[in-house]
Each structure stands twice: as structure tokens, then as C-alpha cells.
Design a protein around this ligand. Structure first.
Ligand code: MG
Length: 215
């Protein structure tokens, strides 16, 4: 077995995509964006199994379960047609989001950095080989909090598909091996609190659990 979380050790960036599920856009009453809305999370936000999600003092934090796409080779200005050749593997991920900071950012036009980038804001499961997910647009994501079902969705509902995301990002930002793209969350994300157990997975393929603590 190869090092399961090489991407966590060696990845140089994490790129998130905002509101990328058609069903979520519908709930938010938002039109389909013309291009993906992307943001960067620092790699210091990574945690892996057995580490805890830590809510920074005074923050309100939501979980968002997402399919993570791990880049396998340098991608610079790649076409949509060839984009999947640059995928090295996948993982299940949580894009932990400080809703209090996002609200501030949205009202002032400020940055998403604290809303998305605080320490422990990117919990991830183990590396999944590319061959274990033959069609990344047919995987079912799920998330439960304290054993209660909270989120589920299928990647066939992505507003911008994985090739579109890779191609779009690579026009401006060179993607390097072990970089992670968080492809967006299906609806029904919600707040987590100290003591909660967040469990998430890709149905039949991978799952991982994290405990939440408050600073
Ligand atoms: Mg997200």
C-alpha cells in the first residue's frame, strides 16, 4: 500500500469551488454562474483521521462534505478534453466553513480567507486511487453528525464538472502534483459544535470521522 496521505504532506495548495451543486444553486435561488467561483485554502488547514476539528474562539462553523480531486501531474492551460488525465486520485473531504466570517466577507466585499482557511478547516479521508472511481461524476457523498444523517448528494449534480474545473483553474493557476480541488458541497450543510462527531464518506468507497472541539 502506498502512502495514503502523500497529498497532505506534499500538496502545495487546496482550491475550493463555491456553490457548485445545481440543487444548492436552486435552493439559494442563484443563477448558474458563468465561470466557477474559486478560492484558496492554505495547506496548514489539513487534518487527517484521529485529529480534531477545532472551532476558533467565537466562530460559527458549518461542515460541507465534498469530493476532493487530487492532481497527479502538472496541469497548465489544459483543455477540458484532456483534463481528467491530470487527476491522480480522489478523497472525501470536509470544507469546514466559518459562516460568521463568510457573512462578514459577503457584506463588506472582504476576503474569504478566514472563513475558509483557519487551522483544521480541511479534514480529509485517505487517498483513493483513480482506478477505484471509474466515473467521478457518479459518486454519492454523505455526511452525518452524531449519527444523524445530514447531507447527501451525487456528483452528477455538479454545476461545473471536474474537467471544466481543472481546465478553468489551470488557465490561471498551475496545478501541481498533490494539489487538491474541493469540488463543492451538496445542500443541507449545517453548524457543528464542540463534542460533535462528524462522519462523512463516498458511498461504498471511503469514510472518515472527526471529532469537533471548541478553542
Ligand atoms: Mg465548499
Amino acid at each position: 500500500m502506498t502512502n495514503l496521505n502523500l497529498f497532505v504532506e506534499n500538496g502545495k495548495k487546496i482550491i475550493g469551488v463555491a456553490a457548485n451543486y445545481k440543487s444548492l444553486l436552486k435552493i439559494l435561488d442563484k443563477p448558474m454562474p458563468k465561470v466557477p467561483e474559486i478560492f484558496i485554502k492554505p495547506t496548514t488547514s489539513y487534518i487527517t483521521e484521529k485529529e480534531n476539528i477545532v472551532i476558533p474562539k467565537g466562530f460559527s462553523v458549518n461542515e460541507e462534505v465534498e469530493l476532493g480531486v487530487i492532481i497527479g501531474k502538472i496541469a497548465k492551460k489544459v483543455s477540458e478534453k484532456e483534463a481528467l488525465d491530470y487527476v491522480g486520485g480522489y478523497c472525501v473531504a470536509l470544507d469546514m466553513t466559518a459562516t460568521c466570517k463568510m457573512k462578514e466577507a459577503r457584506s463588506t466585499g472582504g476576503s474569504w480567507t478566514l472563513g475558509k482557511g483557519f487551522d483544521t478547516a480541511t479534514p480529509v479521508g485517505s487517498f483513493i486511487k483513480k482506478s477505484d472511481i471509474p466515473d467521478p461524476h457518479k459518486v454519492t457523498l454523505w455526511c452525518s453528525v452524531n449519527g444523524k444523517h445530514r447531507q447527501d448528494g451525487c456528483t452528477d449534480d455538479l454545476a461545473f464538472s471536474i474537467p471544466v474545473l481543472i481546465s478553468f483553474i489551470s488557465q490561471y493557476i498551475t496545478l501541481e502534483p498533490n494539489d487538491l480541488i474541493l469540488t463543492g458541497s451538496p445542500p443541507d450543510m449545517g453548524p457543528v459544535q464542540q463534542g460533535d462527531i462528524v462522519r462523512c464518506g463516498i458511498k461504498d468507497i471511503s469514510e472518515v470521522e472527526f471529532k469537533v472541539e471548541a478553542e
